[in-house]
Design a protein around this ligand. Sequence first.
Ligand SMILES: Cc1cc2nc3c(=O)[nH]c(=O)nc-3n(C[C@H](O)[C@H](O)[C@H](O)COP(=O)(O)OP(=O)(O)OC[C@H]3O[C@@H](n4cnc5c(N)ncnc54)[C@H](O)[C@@H]3O)c2cc1C
Length: 223
Amino acid sequence: MNMEFPVTLIKKEQLTHDVVRLTLQRPANYAFAAGQAIDFRLDRPEVKDKVSPFTFTGPGTANYLELTIKCYPAHHGMTEQVARLQAGDEVIISEPFDTVALKGPGVFIAGGTGVTPFIAILRQLNAEGKLQGNSLFFFNKAKADVFMEQEFRQMLGKDFHPVLSNETAPGYLHGMVGADFLKAHISNFKQPFYTCGPEGFVNAVKAALVQLGASENMIDVQF
Ligand SMILES: Cc1cc2nc3c(=O)[nH]c(=O)nc-3n(C[C@H](O)[C@H](O)[C@H](O)COP(=O)(O)OP(=O)(O)OC[C@H]3O[C@@H](n4cnc5c(N)ncnc54)[C@H](O)[C@@H]3O)c2cc1C
């Protein structure tokens, strides 16, 4: 049976109007790798018997665990309760499980919180001095939805491409993901691609990449 670990919430930070970062106590000998996720539970009547997958975004070497979660109060589900958590509260996490399989330097294409597995992976590559050759396209509806922008810019420089689909702003690309967009901004389709986000988003990315000549086994799709 999958083991569960009750852990204490140390800190909750608001990264945007609806994205929070949770810093959690790390159980002794709890190991995980960049890109891994967990099943998350809360002992609250509102979400009794509910389990939601979230991805670790913090470094594997830290003495704490970090999650980055987009909250949807209108769904009246797990993330409505996550938005209500306070330091000192207990959350229950499972053992970690794999999400993204790295195939070498490539292009990361994320929709909203689909960026979470890439956060841990890019931070780890950065710590190892291995970021060269990687780029990130981070799609959001509006500028107010973009989180961790400063850190992505510091890590990736010109290889960080924030994209807004519903508005234009200086310093941001504009558009919807699709073959036209990807062709305009990527020249090499014979490299690994990693995409994560809502189902419609990742399906559109995958179809566009295949149309542009990427091989299906070089595309890693999540969510
Ligand atoms: C492997 C994996 C890793 C993930 N990692 C992360 C992560 O790190 N961070 C993150 O933020 N997310 C992550 N997600 C997504 C995350 O699990 C869900 O987005 C989240 O649980 C949805 O929360 P919710 O509040 O809608 O709750 P839920 O409790 O899942 O849903 C509540 C209710 O909302 C309803 N609902 C669903 N969609 C809508 C909609 N569009 N409009 C109205 N009602 C709706 C459902 O019918 C459901 O009854 C991950 C998903 C997977 C599969």
